[in-house]
Ligand binder design. Structure first.
Ligand SMILES: Cc1cc2nc3c(=O)[nH]c(=O)nc-3n(C[C@H](O)[C@H](O)[C@H](O)COP(=O)(O)OP(=O)(O)OC[C@H]3O[C@@H](n4cnc5c(N)ncnc54)[C@H](O)[C@@H]3O)c2cc1C
Length: 559
């Protein structure tokens, strides 16, 4: 019989039986359990209402239901009405009506009403003859169709909702597997109904335990999908702020060298690199590596060495308290440590033209938002920017989109993009590069519909149809919260080591100069893109994370 044999494959598959007569209900369940209990979960209900509630619960948990047996004569809903509603929840489950001889006429009619698979006359003794062959046949038919279990997190949302898109991006970047359901499609509607949600507040995220979370914040989501958000200790040797390559590098080296290390990330580990579709020039990966893969491994590595990794925690303050350094969060809580490594990188600059802010997350994306890429299938995509990040995204998007147009303000790509990428782009037929062009407006109701482009030389404008706009227009460090604590350059990057100049920084009381990656505050280091004059590369960020840890050791030894 059947194709599934392993216990774990069928253990989340149920057979449900509903009968208002407790004696009959127990007898059916007993007979079913005897024959199928080792491979299927037998669920029993004594009313149609209880039966529907059980089905909703199973649905939310991602369990499957292979067969439903319902008594015909029940108070409240009849068996036929019950099966009709059960179909809304589990359309693929096979349906059996239990009837007395007198009701066989109704049962036969029901074959058409609810697409009944079978009716069984009560009593069915001996089950070996009358019950099991029927259920065997139904299970076989059910198993032959594709009903694989879906134990992961489910996200039900609206395709063009900014928050739905942020939630998907958040889960993807934190490497949490999920399945997406559009709220206006049948399975999405079934899930919403099972969750008791009216679909007005979206997205609804359903945890593997079957709990629906309506419009969860990142913090709630993190806590419910198993990502740590709260530190386990009050004091650490090292707090790393930022979970990009520099921060992950610092956490791996810090923890592996015995420092009590905690890494704090405001959104999802991976940083900019986590959003890169393909990093071609990282040492040791001759065929390139996706940023998510690289940083996902680094995160596992950091955790394996014992570093604590907290997500959805944005650091908003840094204080010097004697020999301790205090890192403060927006909610007033804090972590104290001997040392801090700032690895906050940079964030995308926003395009300040009419329409863009309103449509962000609805067709307009900063960075690659790669989870959305598959939705561009067969459509026209615009990418703004002349640097490598824009080029990589264009190459990636061209696999799905009908056309990709790269809009560059300057006269050519040569100054801003690597040669290998320019050559790669030239060889992809559905990518066009338009130089001397900028976006001056975006329009659309629910979703991006068009762009106004301007020729930078002549000032002439043109409106084009566009459903997707990806912006890569440079980045800036978000370090205003450090303004009164450490020395920053005029663009907000943190100045360290020799770049602080020949004189001791203001307030510096030690009789040595700051170490190479040390900021103007002893024991506070900076690594990666957030550092003034940094290289803006994955390899250098990782390297600086490692070097900063070495300097942390030196600082701790010589205090
Ligand atoms: C699309 C794209 C493609 C790229 N391709 C390449 C490539 O092919 N090769 C290459 O070498 N480089 C590439 N880069 C550049 C490379 O990704 C960066 O140089 C590198 O990620 C910098 O690492 P970082 O850790 O310093 O900073 P980031 O990667 O920017 O990470 C900083 C992290 O800190 C977090 N953070 C910021 N502020 C706070 C706060 N207050 N509290 C808590 N957390 C905070 C952020 O959320 C972020 O996760 C690319 C960049 C992009 C965007």
């Amino acid at each position: 019989m059947g194709v599934m044999t392993a216990q774990d494959e069928t253990s989340r598959v149920a057979i449900l039986t509903v009968d208002d007569d407790p004696g009959v209900s127990r007898a059916v369940a007993r007979d079913l359990r005897r024959q199928y209990g080792a491979r299927y979960r037998i669920v029993r209900a004594e009313s149609a209402a209880d039966g529907l509630a059980a089905l909703r619960q199973l649905k939310l948990r991602g369990d499957l239901v292979a067969v439903i047996l319902a008594d015909y004569r029940m108070p409240g809903l009849t068996g036929i009405e019950f099966l009709e509603q059960a179909m809304d929840i589990y359309p693929g489950a096979r349906r059996v009506l239990l009837t007395a001889y007198a009701d066989t006429g109704a049962a036969i009619d029901a074959i058409n009403v609810v697409d009944l698979d079978h009716y069984l006359l009560k009593p069915w003794d001996p089950p070996e003859e009358k019950l099991y062959p029927v259920v065997d046949g139904l299970l076989e038919a059910w198993l032959a169709s594709d009903h694989r279990p879906v134990p992961e997190i489910k996200v039900v949302g609206h395709r063009w909702s900014a928050r739905s898109s942020q939630v998907r991006e958040f889960l993807a970047r934190n490497q949490v597997p999920y399945r997406w359901y559009a709220a206006d499609e049948p399975e999405g509607q079934r899930l919403l109904a099972a969750a008791g949600a009216d679909g007005r507040a979206l997205p609804v995220v359903i945890t593997p335990d079957g709990d629906p979370l309506v419009e969860p914040t990142d913090g709630e989501l993190a806590a419910r999908v198993g990502l740590a958000t709260v530190p386990s200790a009050d004091f650490y040797d090292l707090v790393v702020v930022g979970g990009g390559p520099a921060g992950l590098g610092a956490a791996v080296y810090g923890a592996s060298e015995g420092l009590r290390t905690v890494l704090v990330e405001r959104l999802a580990t991976g940083g900019q690199a986590g959003q890169s579709s393909r990093i071609e020039n990282y040492l040791g990966f001759p065929d390139g590596v996706s940023g998510a893969q690289l940083t996902g491994r680094a995160r596992r590595q950091a955790a394996r060495f014992g570093a604590e990794v907290l997500t959805t925690r944005e650091v908003t303050g840094l204080e010097v308290r004697g020999s301790a350094r205090r890192v403060r969060f927006a909610d007033g809580t804090f972590i104290d440590a001997h040392t801090v490594i700032l690895a906050t990188g940079v964030s995308y600059r926003r395009l300040d033209v009419p329409g863009v802010a309103e449509l962000t997350g609805r067709g307009v994306y900063y960075g690659s938002a790669l989870t959305e890429a598959a939705s561009c299938l067969g459509q026209d995509v615009y990418v703004v920017g002349g640097a490598n990040s824009a080029g990589q995204a264009a190459v990636y998007l061209a696999r799905h989109a009908k056309s990709v147009t790269i809009l560059v303000r300057g006269p050519s790509l040569e100054k801003s993009m690597s040669y290998y990428l320019i050559r790669q782009i030239a060889g992809i037929p559905n990518i066009t590069v338009r130089t001397g062009t900028e976006v001056i407006a975006a329009c659309g109701d629910d979703h991006l519909e068009g762009l106004t482009l301007q020729d930078t030389a002549t000032g002439t404008t043109e409106t084009v149809d566009a459903q997707w706009l990806y912006l890569f227009i440079g980045a800036e460090p978000l370090t205003d919260w450090l303004a009164d604590v450490v020395v920053r350059d005029p663009r907000g990057f943190v100045v360290a080591g020799p770049d602080l100049g020949p004189d001791r920084p203001p307030g510096w009381e030690l009789d040595r100069a700051p170490y190479h990656l040390e900021t103007s505050v002893p024991g506070v280091f900076v690594a990666g893109d957030a550092r003034s004059e940094s290289a803006k590369r994955v390899a250098s960020a990782v390297g600086e994370g490692a070097l900063a840890v070495m300097l942390v050791h030196r600082y701790l030894e010589k205090r």
